[in-house]
Design a protein around this ligand. Structure first.
Ligand code: SF4
Ligand code: MG
Length: 387
């Protein structure tokens, strides 16, 4: 399959009173048509911020400080080819370099996001149907005129995220967008959607709410659906139902899904390819088989090795000895971020941040580790202090 999204060298910083936090550090990965790409990591590894950065939802005190997010859209590429040639490469546009209004209009039809906690993303005083209808309406209007919608911000994780709404706010949904909302509710498996649409979030169970959130995220018919720990707040049976729903949607609509999770079981069940995040970096990425069966980065080895059985319905990440490093800029320095916990660390690991080294024989299997650099280049022997 073709690529739909190419993320290159993406970094996001938070500028806090405690100092600069490097939440996402030079991240590279590619998402292909109709695949589920997993991003797995412990909590605090920067997964959520990476997801928000893809879709340009990071708000202060966070800011994307470098990098490119190339999205395949032949029409957009043609539109900007002459005026903004640096933002166009073949059928791809670098969304980071597009005007703000255009970037905003991409949220919905290009990318949309399902959040961790449905309660924090739905307004308790507005019916579920109306909120989905509003999302439908925002999409329609944003497409016609990006200035007819506006953005507000809302608390999320360590910072705030941007939410697109109608201008003037609320209460302007049409009958046709409500009908579309009901269709969407039906599509995500809500029984009696025409009645349930008129209920408030507190009248929905956790699983039903997460379905409603997915319906809202589908309002713009996105090419890439980003799901941030979509099942973490749910009990195990409901988790399985939501994952099945996401996989069915991905298969039926050929949507690409970026699945963010700390749960290796979810990755093993859902994903075609995976990126492993540690301390803001994607330290290893590749197909599920390459990463899970032949991990190369010592962090991935530890992570996978900690799971007794991947077919276990509920495998948990076991902590690896030592602490996750602080992401404070002043404490990070130019060395492998995993060095303090790595059983294979050697002096070379402290010289510089390892670059991605790619295993040429594999499908985009790349690793940020000195050992991988050596192994893949073959030329250098392991250093004397390795053993
Ligand atoms: Fe371990 Fe060195 Fe590889 Fe970092 S670069 S993961 S410290 S071997
Ligand atoms: Mg998170």
């Amino acid at each position: 399959p073709d690529d739909v999204l190419r993320v290159r060298n993406l970094s996001t910083r938070f500028f806090t009173e405690e100092g600069q936090i490097n939440a996402v550090e030079s991240v590279d990965f590619t998402v292909r048509d109709g695949e589920v790409f997993g991003i797995v990591g412990e909590s605090g590894s920067g997964k959520s911020v990476a997801a928000l950065s893809l879709i340009d939802l990071v708000d202060s005190p966070g800011r994307i400080t470098s990098g490119e997010v190339w999205y395949r859209d032949a029409d957009l590429a043609d539109e900007f080819r002459d005026d903004l040639p640096e933002a166009v490469d073949g059928d791809f546009v670098d969304t980071r370099r597009l005007p703000e209004g255009v970037r905003r209009a991409l949220r919905g039809p290009a990318f949309s996001m399902v959040f961790q906690d449905p309660m924090s993303s739905l307004n308790p005083s507005i019916t579920v149907g109306e909120q989905i209808a509003e999302a439908v309406e925002v999409q329609r209007r944003a497409r016609a005129n990006p200035r007819s919608t506006r953005s507000r911000t809302q608390e999320y994780g360590m910072g705030r995220l941007i939410v697109d709404t109608l201008l003037p706010n609320r209460g302007y949904t049409s009958e046709s967008s409500m009908n579309r909302a009901i269709e969407l509710l039906e599509q995500v498996g809500i029984p009696d959607p025409a009645e349930r649409a008129h209920e408030y979030p507190h009248q929905f169970s956790g699983g039903m709410l997460q379905r409603a959130m997915i319906a809202q995220a589908l309002a713009g018919e996105p090419d890439v659906l980003i799901a941030d720990e979509p099942t973490t707040a749910l009990d195990v049976t409901i988790q399985a139902q939501i994952l099945n729903l996401l996989r069915d949607l991905q298969e039926e609509q050929d949507t690409s899904v970026v699945m963010i999770t700390h749960d290796l079981g979810v990755i093993a069940r859902m994903c075609n390819r995976v990126g492993v995040m540690y301390a803001g970096q994607v330290v290893e990425r590749g197909t599920l088989a390459d990463v899970f069966e032949s991990p190369v980065h010592p962090y991935t080895e530890g992570l996978i090795g900690s799971i007794p059985d991947l077919d276990d319905p509920d495998p948990r990440l076991q902590p690896i000895g030592g602490n996750v490093p602080s992401l404070l800029d002043e404490e990070m320095g130019g060395r492998c971020f995993f060095a303090d916990r790595c059983p294979k660390a050697m002096s070379d690991c402290l010289q510089d941040i390892p670059e991605y080294a790619a295993d040429e024989g594999c499908d985009d299997h790349a690793v940020r580790c000195v050992l991988a650099e050596r192994e893949y280049s073959e030329a250098d022997a392991l250093p004397a202090d390795y053993f």
